[in-house]
Design a binder for this molecule. Structure first.
Ligand code: PA5
Length: 445
């Protein structure tokens, strides 16, 4: 097993009977998923994605083109249409990817908010640079990326000939319909497909995630190989032999015991965006019909100096932590001996930073567990593309199984529409006139 689930620091917070009662429900939820007989069963394409990526070669070719012809790749998308790519790039490369020495383009993400300053900043960063654009939107109509694409398409068109501009724009969208698909076909842009049976937050292993990831110089074959290994390994209906199933069962024991928050924790700052991806995956999949754990995240030890106090001592013990732990680091640093020992740190001299980080992790694990915050640990050998691919599939499957244990449809997100309706009305979008009047009255506008 490339990834192990360790619940030994949490087992005082659930009983063997609770887990035994949850086990058949978890198995039944997994059967429902694998037989395609549950809610949202038209969105199960992700289950076999690692086996076969139809567009693999085309993605590699487009990534080569972008790497050879652009200093900057602008990735336009929001939610499931951008989080996965950014999570993998920052985890495998670095959150400082753009600042590191490399022979791949800088990557800027836009269209994931409506902030004018982010937009202006990104435009300024493109000055004097050769750019390519990858716009990613299944619907093609999501306001945030649609506005950004309008602006960056104009930029590309103003900088290059019509023919050249068309070669620099890549659209990842529906295979047949939607505004973006129509526009791409009309302008001759290269298109990639968001499959009908794969929802946004489960789409990182399609062109949605793979194209930007490949541009960053990450081996997408290895990423898919890790996910494929997970697909093949995480099948047993025995909890003892299926790490994913045991994790899903235990987190649901906690939910039924009254826990309301799951905090995804890593001791690697490179995992911050992966945590963001996890928050969307679990939040949009489980949080509905009055149910669901609220996903939050921390990077330790950083956040031990901001949220550590609350986690350790807050009165309401509503949280458990899911810690993703990497055994090996890809680089290390030996703490030097210093004459005079003025900072009192010579007791650490000769030890590596990874040793100190690990001791901080173990100390926190014990402190939090003793403070009433159970810690579940997902143990991984290394932080590389293979293991990130494995983790992606591990969490996607655990999330789907958990959704079925909860009795919700893990693949829809009806609640996301509410803010959109109000925003459209307040912006005066045709068709929302009555709503506009009502909302403006409410706001006193
Ligand atoms: O997970 C999801 O389905 C969402 O986060 C969508 O990806 C997001 O709302 C963007 O939608 P679209 O790809 O249609 O622009």
């Amino acid at each position: 097993m490339s990834v192990l689930f360790n619940e030994k620091y949490a087992d005082r917070y659930f009983t063997a009977q609770e887990l035994s009662a949850m086990a058949p429900r978890a198995v039944s939820a997994m059967d429902t998923l694998m037989q395609g007989s549950g809610l949202g069963n038209d969105k199960l394409g992700w289950v076999t994605l690692p086996e076969y990526c139809e567009e693999f070669t085309a993605i590699q070719e487009a990534a080569d083109y972008i790497r050879q012809n652009a200093d900057v790749l602008i990735v336009i998308g929001i939610g499931g249409s951008y989080l996965g790519a950014r999570a993998v790039i920052e985890a495998v490369k670095s959150p400082n990817y753009n600042l590191t020495a490399k022979d791949t383009p800088q990557i800027f993400y836009i269209g994931n908010s409506l902030s004018p300053s982010s937009l202006n900043e990104t435009l300024a960063l493109c000055e004097g640079k050769d750019i390519c654009v990858n716009v990613i939107s299944k619907s093609g109509t999501t306001t945030e990326p649609a506005i950004a694409f309008r602006i960056f398409r104009d930029l590309v068109n103003s900088r290059y000939s019509k023919e050249e501009a068309a070669k620099r724009i890549f659209c990842t969208t529906d295979k047949a319909k939607g505004t973006l698909k129509e526009l791409a076909d009309r302008e001759g842009y290269k298109t990639f497909v968001v499959p009908d049976d794969v929802g946004g937050r489960f789409s990182v292993l399609t062109a949605v995630g793979l194209l930007p990831i490949a541009v960053a110089g990450i081996d997408i074959g290895e990423l898919l190989k890790g996910a494929e290994t997970a697909m093949n390994e995480l099948c047993s209906d025995e909890l003892a032999k299926n790490e994913m199933l045991r994790y899903a069962a235990v987190r649901n024991c906690f939910y039924e015991n009254g826990k309301q928050l799951e905090c995804f924790v890593s001791y690697e700052p490179r995992m911050a965006m992966f945590n963001e991806w996890l928050k969307q995956l679990f939040g949009e999949s489980e949080g509905k019909d009055g149910k669901g754990l609220f996903p939050v995240s921390c990077i330790f030890s950083t956040d031990l100096h901001s949220l550590g106090q609350y986690i350790q001592e807050s009165g309401k013990k509503l949280m458990f932590e899911t810690v993703i732990d990497f055994k090996q680091t890809d680089s290390d640093y030996e703490i030097p001996m210093q004459e005079g020992n003025l900072d009192g740190l010579n007791f650490l001299a000769g030890n590596n930073m990874s040793y100190v980080n690990n001791r901080a992790r173990l100390g926190t694990l014990l402190a939090h567990t003793e403070g009433g915050v159970p810690n579940l640990v997902i143990e991984c050998d290394k932080l590389d593309e293979y293991h990130i691919g494995y983790l992606i599939y591990f969490f996607e499957k655990a999330c789907a199984v958990s959704g079925y244990i909860l009795g919700v449809n893990p693949f829809n997100q009806p609640g996301v529409e509410s803010y959109k309706k109000n925003m459209f009305a307040l912006l005066g979008k045709p068709g929302f006139e009555a709503e506009k009047e009502r909302l403006e009255k409410q706001l006193g506008l």
